[in-house]
Design a protein around this ligand. Structure first.
Ligand SMILES: NC(=O)C1=CN([C@@H]2O[C@H](COP(=O)(O)OP(=O)(O)OC[C@H]3O[C@@H](n4cnc5c(N)ncnc54)[C@H](OP(=O)(O)O)[C@@H]3O)[C@@H](O)[C@H]2O)C=CC1
Ligand SMILES: Cc1cn([C@H]2C[C@H](O)[C@@H](COP(=O)(O)OP(=O)(O)O[C@H]3O[C@@H](C)C(=O)[C@@H](O)[C@H]3O)O2)c(=O)[nH]c1=O
Length: 294
């Protein structure tokens, strides 16, 4: 069994690589130093040589603000590359595993979003990912698409590590947009991916399709920042900022993000008979790891 992991140096890619290596499979990685994925056509030649059984696509243009300024590159990577991978997967009977985002929604729903809710992206990044999903749907390939939001880990900077760094070094923490979110630890996404891979390798019938993944609970950015501050104080970490210096500007003009795009993961929980922990568990994990050798 050969697994091709595209984007193996990203937040998710690194964590996937670590866990997939523990399975008894052949893993081939592709990252920026192997190929510039903006020009995905070069990839077909490589795919024909590698001949994977499963393609995992963890590469993407993920800087939401920058995406507004560079739409051409966003669509080349997030949309066009995926259409090529999906077509190749269909033609060669390969399983494609792809990751999408809660930013395919406009965030105006009060409740959690289900898989069959209407998509309506409000920024370039979200639109490019929405199109990536469509490219897979129409390709008729065997696919798994996992939608989630606000990935956190200790591999690379992210919302929680950015807030920690601000609390340690800045004079104020400015909340540009008091968005409602669910921080999602990378291990949750990786562990679910691994379950599906194991099923697939062992020829256990898997329900291919689209799945939402989200921890329990939701929180706004202000309360998340206070939670992180309290936890750091509990660990006796000195911060430069106290709660009086966490300021809400709510300048949504520069933050074109869905207000409340939180996901309902009942479908995957029911299918795999798993529980997904509260977001605080993942945030605690990242903070503990951050200060492990402090
Ligand atoms: N981060 C998040 O909060 C969320 C992410 N997702 C989705 O999860 C997936 C993984 O995201 P995440 O791990 O955060 O992404 P990252 O931005 O951390 O990693 C993306 C990877 O793509 C690679 N890449 C980018 N441009 C190119 C290029 N031109 N050529 C070759 N490789 C390139 C990067 O390479 P390099 O390391 O060299 O830059 C990197 O390894 C994506 O599909 C994303 O849309 C969904 C919801 C939330
Ligand atoms: C660190 C920080 C964040 N924020 C706000 C801005 C935004 O509304 C929210 C989250 O900011 P971030 O920049 O971490 O997140 P954002 O760029 O919105 O991250 C997104 O990444 C892509 C890849 C996704 O797919 C989404 O699910 C989501 O995770 O927090 C502040 O207001 N001040 C701050 O100092």
């Amino acid at each position: 069994m050969k697994i091709l992991l595209i984007g193996s140096n990203g937040r998710l890619g690194k964590a996937l690589k670590y866990k997939i290596k523990k399975l008894n499979v052949n893993i081939v990685q592709i990252n920026r130093k192997d190929i510039n994925l903006y020009y995905a056509k070069n990839l077909i030649e490589k795919l024909n040589i590698i001949k994977p059984d499963i393609i995992i696509n963890a590469a993407a243009f993920t800087n939401v603000d920058q995406a507004e300024l560079s739409p051409k590159y966003v669509f080349m990577l997030n949309t066009y590359l995926v259409s090529i991978l999906a077509k190749y997967s269909y033609e060669n009977g390969i399983l494609i595993i792809h990751y999408s985002t809660n930013y395919v929604f406009d965030g105006n729903k009060k409740d959690l979003y289900n898989e069959n809710d209407r998509t309506n992206p409000i920024n370039i990044y979200g639109y490019s990912k929405y199109l990536s999903e469509n490219n897979i749907f129409i390709s008729k390939s065997k696919y798994l698409i996992f939608r989630f939001g606000w990935l956190i880990s200790n591999y690379k900077n992210n919302l929680v590590t950015n807030i920690i760094n601000s609390l340690l070094t800045d004079k104020i923490l400015s909340i540009n947009y008091n968005q409602i979110i669910v921080p999602t630890h990378v291990d949750i996404i990786v562990d679910i991916t691994i379950i599906f891979i194991i099923y697939y390798i062992n020829n256990i019938n898997i329900n291919i399709g689209l799945y939402h993944i989200s921890p329990l609970g939701r929180v706004n950015i202000y309360n998340l920042s206070c939670y992180i501050l309290d936890y750091m104080n509990f660990l006796d970490i000195k911060t430069k900022i106290d709660k009086n210096n966490i300021i809400i500007n709510n300048n949504n003009k520069i933050n074109l993000r869905p207000y409340n795009a939180c996901l309902n993961s009942s479908k995957i929980k029911k299918l795999l008979r798993i529980n997904i922990p509260h977001w605080k568990i993942g945030v605690n994990k990242v903070i503990n790891q951050f200060f492990k050798s402090y």
